[in-house]
Design a protein around this ligand. Structure first.
Ligand SMILES: [Zn+2]
Length: 498
């Protein structure tokens, strides 16, 4: 289902951007190193832009909502003011795409024994499915082979106690979501018509957090497998308190689950600074970030607006500053700036842009992605994509490390780029779809912190001096890539671990 306001908004935005005046590009010969990294990239500009974007006015910029569109129009206005040219569709700063969203409808019901389960409070269905179940419930402990040998689960709903902890270095969240697919799949193969997991009492906080998130359903680009409507046996997750009653014999599980699936618009914002070299200007250094965050959600300490100041208004403000620097002193190659929508819904804008770029895909020589750059110790940062198997251009990484030495001299963390790190950080931002296409890609970040994805990720908690130095580091890297003769070499045999 398309939302009718899309056409109106598109026409409005097109007319706004077409009316924009553009000044001619200054054609200066580039120096060996940009002289304006200090003067053009100013903390005061970054702070002003960040406070505006991470203010309550934009209500957390959730992907696929009017709040994301409103923030995107504001960003396009700021981009136009820097003097960058539009590089989206049809001469605008925008590239539109649709999200597919699939979720359980509100009319869905679930009952176990005498317990009416209010969905996403008393229990959560872990994947949207059309299902009609009326079956006896059997409890199988943790579901070990010996426990399963004692019962016939064919045609039954099977209740399992979650226990244990990951042994292979993954996070507990991934351990549990692995069970919802792996262990549930085995039980269904053995004839179960529904699977009910009971939370480990030690890990109740995970249930409290995720049970509400499941209500939102799944998002993808249209046609992806993750949002296809299915009619598989339901997988239910109950809080730890259910352990006291779910084991009782003689209970019946009845479920009437209905899926709704629909589309609505999200947007990438795309701008460019043309290069000065007649040949090289047909190649692009792509500066990447995302403008969306998590919108309005469950309140924490009375605040329900998830402003995403670090995640990722830092990246948005950084790119604006880099645009001002490129306007003063253009590179030989062109600079392309892409704000990707709906990153938080699953890297959707970057997946779309990398597959449908508004410049030829082969003309993108490098992707420099800005993701959360304003927290943690003032002298520490990380460059993801700098160690195997995530390294897809040691040439680009050398340039970035040299830029760090020439500029901010951050102490660089190397732990978070390792394939054994439990957070899997490399796989959680917009450089990933480009890297998968073999395009040299790196991610600038100051890593996770306790306020991540909470309403406490506020503009007042950002280290602006650090963010300014992170921005200069990205600029120095991008400027070097824009001006060198050969594009960054690609690593032969690059292959990610997942
Ligand atoms: Zn982010």
């Amino acid at each position: 289902m398309k939302i009718p306001f899309q056409t109106t908004v598109q026409l409005l935005l097109a007319s706004l951007t077409l009316a924009a005046p553009f000044t001619a590009t200054a054609q200066k010969k580039p120096a060996a190193k940009p002289a304006n990294a200090e003067s053009a990239i100013r903390e005061a500009d970054i702070k002003r832009d960040l406070f505006a974007l991470a203010g309550d006015h934009f209500r957390g910029r959730e992907g696929g909502t009017l709040d994301e569109l409103k923030a995107s129009v504001w960003l396009a206005d700021q981009i136009r003011a820097t003097g960058m040219l539009p590089a989206g569709d049809d001469g605008t700063y925008f590239q539109w795409f649709n999200l597919q969203r699939t979720r359980l409808s509100k009319s869905s019901t679930l009952r176990i024994g005498s317990h009416e389960i209010k969905l996403n409070e008393d229990g959560a269905v872990t994947a949207p499915t059309n299902a009609s179940v009326n079956a006896p419930l059997v409890y199988v402990g943790t579901g070990s082979a010996s426990e399963l040998a004692k019962v016939d689960i064919k045609g039954k709903a099977v209740a399992v106690q979650i226990a244990g902890a990951p042994t292979d270095g993954i996070s507990y969240r991934r351990y549990v979501s692995g069970k919802f697919v792996g262990q549930a799949g085995e039980l269904v193969k053995a004839g179960a018509v529904a699977v009910v997991f009971v939370s480990d009492p030690k890990q109740q906080a995970l249930y409290d957090h995720w049970s509400h998130i499941y209500e939102r359903g799944r998002y993808s680009l249209p046609g992806a497998a993750t949002t296809r409507v299915v009619s598989t046996p339901p997988v239910v997750w109950l809080p730890a308190s259910a352990a006291s009653w779910v084991q009782q014999a003689g209970q019946q599980l009845t479920a009437e689950l209905k899926v709704e699936s629909f589309q609505y618009p999200s947007v990438n914002i795309v701008a460019k600074m043309p290069g000065t070299d007649a040949q090289l200007k047909n190649e692009y250094v792509l500066f990447s970030t995302h403008q969306d965050h998590d919108g309005v959600r469950a309140p924490v300490a009375g605040d329900s607006i998830y402003n995403g100041a670090d995640d990722n208004a830092t990246g948005c403000a950084a790119l604006l500053a880099i645009m001002r620097a490129f306007k003063q002193q253009p590179g030989r190659r062109s600079a392309l700036f892409v704000y990707q929508g709906s990153e938080e819904r699953g890297l959707i804008g970057s997946t779309y842009f990398s597959a449908h770029p508004t410049v030829p895909q082969s003309s993108i020589v490098a992707v420099l992605n800005a993701e959360m750059m304003g927290r943690n110790a003032p002298d520490s940062a990380a460059l993801l994509g700098s160690t195997p198997p995530h390294l897809n251009s040691s040439d680009l990484v050398r340039t970035a490390l040299a830029a760090n030495q020439a500029g901010p001299k951050f102490k660089l963390d190397t732990e978070w780029d390792k394939p054994t790190h439990p957070e899997g950080w490399y796989f959680r931002s917009d450089h990933l779809p480009y890297a998968r296409l073999g395009i040299p890609a790196i991610m600038y970040t100051s890593l996770l912190h306790v306020d991540y994805h909470t309403p406490r990720d506020e503009a007042s908690r950002i280290d602006y001096a650090k963010l300014t130095r992170m921005t200069r580091w990205m600029y120095l890297t991008g400027w070097a890539v824009a001006n060198r003769t050969a594009p960054p070499a690609r690593e032969p045999g690059f292959k990610l671990e997942r």
